[in-house]
Structures are given as structure tokens and as C-alpha cells.
Design a protein around this ligand. Structure first.
Ligand code: FE2
Ligand code: FE2
Length: 364
């Protein structure tokens, strides 16, 4: 077992074909804050947008590279199937179903996944998203102090083919939801679900490289032949919110993920600070993983490496955060560039398409 245990997700980075359209979706429809407008430091001709809660806390961040000319990607082995955001309860989740449906976004669910309830939809590029309730948690079908010890079967009322699809389809909030009310707040990344071709190998990786613990071994409720395992920060008592990585196993599948718009580019996990990150990097090297040098991302420091199935992972420090180059109460207010790109600001700005301004109407 690793001596390092990540607190959970730092951010998830996805690929957008249109930064303004992505901003309209995540800021204006989902009610997240646009906390930073910058460029991809490795490709300064592209936007890098950061959405999250008000101050851009680690664990709440969804970030996007804008690559308009990149074709649409495809999920598969070594990629992310979907990203789930956390909502407080089922009542708020039904409000989201109504709000999204009224906006022309197709929504499926709510499904009782046992450990949480889930609705699904896609963003304008095709990225699959989920809104999941915080609870009831992983201890509903095995003891809280023995999670992940045995394989758990799913009851018929949760499985595709035997669950009540008509009732699921009909369930929604009775009234229109024109604004995101405080009870609907999407409070951060609930879980990330990827696809692997060898779930036992992946389990060793998430335990050894990231210090996560196996907390559930079950099957995909929508495809009961597919194993579905969950890892999280867990030390035998409670599971830390915002730390659940889950994988479907497509054993020996040749269908590998293809990067592109509508797909996740990489998944970042939290390190407390640079010292922890440096020690962690040494451990990853010791495990035989190829790890980059520490890269200065201005708002945090990053190292990158790949899971055995190919998923690009990052370890990002919690600090210094998004207020290093603009006031904390005015995050996302203008294009910010790292010091080494400021000399090229005019050329960089000229190459970027302007973003749509925020709507004048308050969102809550
Ligand atoms: Fe999920
Ligand atoms: Fe990242």
C-alpha cells in the first residue's frame, strides 16, 4: 500500500470544440463559476477554461482545452466514460432533470444506483456527464469497515431489463426551473468512471500509485456482464467525498479510447503541496512509471503519468490557487497569461475567438 493517499480529484480536463458554447453550458446552464480564462500553456493558441465553485477549490474544477479543428473523440479502453458531479439530494436532482430537459438537453434517469442516484446527459461536444446524489454511500450492502472485500450483486430493481423504466422516465420536477437555486448547487466532482481492459491490474495501480482503496466490486447495472469496481480514499471507516474513481472492465477489448472533442483529456488528483508531490513523484518512478518533470501551471504544480490502460493522470498541488493573478472576487474576468507568455499577449489574444459575456440576469 502506498504511503501517499490522495485526498481525491483536483480537476478533470476535457476537450471542447467551441469555448463560448462550453461556457454557455457550464456557466449559464449548470451554474458553475468560470474561475479562469487562460491558454493551454503547452499550446498557447488554444483557450484553457476553468470552471468550478466560487473560488475554484480543488475537487470542483472542470477544465477545457478549446480545439475546434480536432475531430470528435470516442470512449474506450484507457479513456473516461463519464464525469459525475455531486448534488445534495434527489429533490435537487429532479430539478436538474427538469432544467436540462427544458433547455433541450436529453436526460436519462434518475436511476437508483444503490450507493447514489444518478441522472445522465451530454455536454454540447458529447462528453457524458452525470449528476449524482451525495448519498447514501457504499455501506448499504456491505459493512462500512469492510468495503470492497467481497463481490456484491445488484438487486433486480436496479438492473437494466428488470427496473421500472417507465417510472424512471416519468420522474421529474413539476415546475420549470429557470434559475439554479442554492439547493441545486453542483458541489464538485462526485466520481469519474473510466474503461479498462484489466481491472485487477488497474486496481493495483490505483492502490499503489494513488493510495486509493478498493471500496466496491460489483457489475455495471446497465450491462450486468461488465465488472464495475470503485476505488476511493478510505481508511476502513469513511469514504472521502470527491475521491471515487470507478472503472468498467472491457476485458481484452480492442476498442481503445480516441482523444478528441467530447472526451476527457486527463484526470488530476490532489497533492497537498510541492514537497508531497516531489516525494510522490519519486515513488511513481520507483514503481517503474514514466513521470514528467514538475511543470509550473501557475495555479498549481503538475506531474503527469499514465495508468496501465493508457489513461493520462496528473498529480496537482492544492496551491497556490486562482487568485495569484487576479482578485479572488473577480476570477475569470479576463484573459490571464503566465509570465512567460505575456510578451506575446497581443498575438495570442488576436488568435482567440472572444468569449460570450455572462448573462446580465442573476442566476439565483
Ligand atoms: Fe457514474
Ligand atoms: Fe490538468
Amino acid at each position: 500500500m502506498s504511503t501517499f493517499r490522495t485526498e481525491g480529484f483536483h480537476h478533470v480536463t476535457m476537450v471542447s470544440g467551441d469555448a463560448s458554447r462550453t461556457t454557455a453550458f457550464y456557466r449559464d446552464l449548470l451554474g458553475l463559476e468560470l474561475v479562469k480564462v487562460t491558454v493551454n500553456f503547452d499550446d498557447p493558441s488554444s483557450y484553457h477554461l476553468y470552471f468550478g465553485t466560487r473560488h475554484g477549490a480543488p475537487g470542483t474544477l472542470l477544465t477545457f482545452f478549446e480545439w475546434p479543428s480536432v475531430p470528435r473523440g470516442r470512449w474506450g479502453v484507457g479513456g473516461v466514460h463519464h464525469v459525475a458531479l455531486s448534488v445534495a439530494d434527489e429533490a435537487a436532482q429532479l430539478k436538474w432533470k427538469r432544467r436540462l430537459t427544458d433547455a433541450g438537453v436529453g436526460v436519462t434517469g434518475p436511476y437508483d444506483r444503490g450507493y447514489f442516484h444518478s441522472i445522465y446527459f451530454t455536454d454540447p461536444d458529447g462528453q457524458v456527464l452525470e449528476i449524482a446524489t451525495a448519498g447514501p454511500g457504499y455501506a448499504i450492502d456491505e459493512p462500512a469497515d469492510a468495503l470492497g472485500r467481497s463481490e456484491v450483486s445488484q438487486p433486480p430493481e436496479r438492473l437494466k431489463g428488470t427496473r421500472d423504466e417507465v417510472a424512471i422516465r416519468r420522474a421529474t420536477h413539476p415546475d420549470p426551473v429557470p434559475r439554479v437555486t442554492p439547493d441545486m448547487t453542483l458541489s464538485g466532482i462526485h466520481h469519474v468512471t473510466g474503461i479498462t481492459d484489466d481491472i485487477a491490474r488497474a486496481s493495483d495501480f490505483y492502490e499503489e500509485a494513488l493510495g486509493l482503496s478498493l471500496v466496491k466490486r460489483t457489475v455495471n447495472q446497465d450491462d450486468r456482464e461488465t465488472p464495475h469496481w470503485f476505488w476511493a480514499r478510505y481508511e476502513g471507516e469513511t469514504v472521502t467525498r470527491g475521491s471515487s474513481m470507478t472503472l468498467f472492465e472491457w476485458r481484452s477489448s480492442p476498442h481503445t479510447a480516441r482523444g478528441g472533442t467530447g472526451q476527457t483529456h486527463h484526470v488530476a488528483f490532489r497533492a497537498r503541496d510541492g514537497a508531497e508531490q516531489a516525494a510522490w513523484r519519486e515513488r511513481l518512478l520507483g514503481l517503474g512509471l514514466g513521470v514528467t518533470d514538475v511543470l509550473d501551471r501557475v495555479y498549481f504544480q503538475s506531474v503527469y503519468f499514465r495508468a496501465p490502460d493508457g489513461l493520462l493522470c496528473e498529480i496537482a498541488t492544492d496551491g497556490p490557487g486562482f487568485s495569484v493573478d487576479e482578485p479572488a472576487d473577480a476570477l475569470g474576468s479576463g484573459l490571464r497569461l503566465p509570465p512567460w507568455l505575456e510578451a506575446d499577449r497581443d498575438g495570442i489574444e488576436a488568435a482567440l475567438r472572444p468569449l460570450e459575456p455572462a448573462p446580465a440576469r442573476p442566476r439565483s
